[in-house]
Design a protein around this ligand. Structure first.
Ligand code: AMP
Length: 428
C-alpha cells in the first residue's frame, strides 16, 4: 500500500486507501446478476450445440503464448503480463484462451476420446493495453473452440451460435464481418506484396508499423492510428491472393452463412490481431460501441496443434468480450422473492434461526439479521430491503407453534405452522 505524503513536515503519513489496479474493475452485487444471467444463457446456448466446458489454468508457460498467439502479435510483443516465479520459470497470465485449450487437448489426448471436440470457457484474460472505455487490463471473455472440423460450414455454425447468444442477450443492430486470410501456401506472396506496398509508404507510417512492415506486414492492419489505417486501406487485398483451396473454402463459408440467413459483409482487411489464423476470420461488431466496437472475433487456426507438436488437427473458434457485450445487452436481473424473519427476544431469535433454515431448505430466499430490533424497526428494514414477506417470530407465536406471515405488497396476514406458511408463500 502506498502512503499519502504528509501535508506538514513531521506529520505522520496516512496510508492511502486501497484501490483496484488501473484497468481492472470490481463487479459488484447489482451488476453481477447480469453477468450471471449472461453466463447462464451462454452455457445453455453452447450446450445445445454439444459444446462442453474446459477450464484451464490462469497462467501458463510464456512460450505457449509466444508460440501460439505469435511472436510478432501486439499481444505478445506489448501486452503480456509475464513474470518469473520463484522457481525461475517465465510464466504469463493468459492474454487469450486458445493456446491453453490446444495445450490441454495435446496433454490429455482428448482427440483420442472420440467425443466431439467442442469446448467453451468463460473467465478473465489479461493484457497490458492502454485502458479506456471498453478496453481493460483484466477483462473477461467467453471462448469457444471446435477441433477436427475442416468444413467451412462449422465456421458458419459458430457464427450462428454467436448470433443465437447475442439474440438471447438482447443485443441488436450488429454487423458480421468475414474474410479469409489464406493459408501457409498463399499468404507469403500476399505478405510480399504488402511489404512492397508498405515499403513505398514507410516514411508516413508510425514507427511500430515501420517495424511491422519488415517483420509481419499483415499486422499493419491492426494499427489503431488513423493515418496508418488510411494508408493500409489502399494496400493490396488478400482476396486477390488466396489460393484455390482457400477461395473454395471461403465460398463455402459464405454459402453456409446464406443457408443460415446470416447477413454479412466481406471485409478484406479483417486479419485479426493474432498470428495464427488461417482461412476464415470473422468479427461481430456493434456500431453502438464507438472505437472499441468489436463484440467478438474469431476464425480458423488449422496449424496450431501441429505446430505445438500435437496431432494435425484443425481448429476454429471465437472469443467474445463479456464487458463489451454487457454494455449493449438488454438483460434484466431475474425477479427474486425474499422472506424477512422478524424475531423478538432471545427465544424468538433461536426459533427464527431454525425457521429460516426450514424455509431455505424449501427453496425460499430468507434473510435473518441478528440485531435486536422492535417489530416496527423490523418492518422498516423489511420494507427498505423490498422483502416480499415478513415472518413474525415472537413469544406468543412460539407458544402457539403458529407464526405470522405478512405479505408486504398486499398487507394480507396469515397465521399458521411453518408448513402452512410455506404453502402460502408457494401459492402467492
Ligand atoms: P481477441 O481475443 O483480441 O480476438 O478479442 C476478442 C474479443 O475480446 C473482442 O472482440 C473484445 O470484445 C474483447 N476484448 C479484447 N481485448 C479486450 C480488452 N482489452 N478489454 C475488453 N475487452 C477486450
Amino acid at each position: 500500500m502506498t502512503a499519502i505524503k504528509p501535508e506538514r513536515p513531521g506529520a505522520k503519513a496516512e496510508p492511502a486507501p486501497p484501490q483496484a489496479i488501473k484497468g481492472t474493475h470490481d463487479i459488484l452485487p447489482g451488476e453481477v446478476e447480469k453477468w450471471q444471467a449472461l453466463e447462464r444463457l451462454a452455457r445453455e446456448t453452447f450446450e445445445l450445440y454439444r459444446f462442453r466446458e474446459l477450464r484451464a489454468p490462469v497462467f501458463e508457460p510464456t512460450e505457449l503464448f509466444e508460440k501460439g498467439t505469435g511472436a510478432t502479435s501486439d499481444v505478445v510483443t506489448k501486452e503480456m503480463y509475464t513474470f518469473t516465479d520463484r522457481g525461475g520459470r517465465s510464466l504469463t497470465l493468459r492474454p487469450e484462451y486458445t493456446p491453453s485449450v490446444v495445450r490441454a487437448i495435446i496433454e490429455h489426448r482428448l482427440d483420442l476420446e472420440g467425443a466431439p471436440m467442442r469446448y467453451y470457457f468463460m473467465g478473465p484474460m489479461f493484457r497490458y493495453d492502454k485502458p479506456q472505455k471498453g478496453r481493460y487490463r483484466q477483462f473477461h471473455q467467453i471462448d469457444i473452440e471446435v477441433f477436427g472440423e475442416k468444413d467451412a460450414a462449422v465456421d458458419a455454425e459458430i457464427v450462428d451460435m454467436a448470433h443465437a447468444l447475442l439474440g438471447k442477450l438482447g443485443v441488436t443492430g450488429t454487423e458480421t464481418l468475414v474474410n479469409s486470410v489464406g493459408c501457409r501456401a498463399c499468404r507469403p506472396p500476399y505478405s510480399a506484396a504488402l511489404r512492397e506496398a508498405a515499403g513505398k509508404r514507410l516514411a508516413d507510417l508510425c514507427p511500430d508499423c515501420r517495424r511491422k512492415a519488415e517483420a509481419n506486414p499483415l499486422r499493419i492492419f491492426d494499427c489503431k492510428i488513423e493515418a496508418c489505417r488510411e494508408i493500409a486501406a489502399a494496400f493490396p487485398s488478400i482476396q486477390d491472393f488466396i489460393c484455390r483451396e482457400c477461395r473454395e473454402h471461403f465460398g463455402e463459408l459464405l454459402a453456409s452463412l446464406d443457408v443460415l440467413g446470416i447477413p454479412y459483409r466481406v471485409e478484406p482487411r479483417l486479419v485479426r490481431g493474432l498470428d495464427y489464423y488461417t482461412k476464415t476470420t470473422f468479427e461481430i461488431v456493434s456500431p453502438a460501441l464507438g472505437a472499441q466496437n468489436s463484440l467478438l472475433g474469431g476464425g480458423r487456426y488449422d496449424d496450431m496443434m501441429k505446430d505445438f507438436g500435437g496431432p494435425d488437427i484443425c481448429g476454429t473458434g471465437f472469443a467474445m468480450g463479456i464487458e463489451r457485450v454487457l454494455s449493449v445487452a438488454d438483460l434484466r436481473a431475474p425477479a427474486r422473492r425474499l422472506l424477512y424473519v422478524a424475531h423478538l427476544g432471545r427465544a424468538g431469535r433461536e426459533a427464527g434461526l431454525a425457521l429460516a433454515r426450514f424455509f431455505r431448505g424449501s427453496g425460499v430466499e430468507c434473510l435473518m439479521e441478528f440485531k435486536d430490533r422492535g417489530m416496527k424497526a423490523h418492518f422498516g428494514r423489511a420494507n427498505k430491503l423490498g422483502a416480499d414477506w415478513v415472518l413474525i417470530v415472537g413469544e406468543d407465536e412460539m407458544a402457539k407453534g403458529r407464526f405470522g406471515l405478512k405479505a408486504m405488497a398486499t398487507g394480507r396476514q396469515a397465521d399458521g405452522t411453518r408448513e402452512e406458511l410455506l404453502a402460502v408463500i408457494r401459492e402467492s
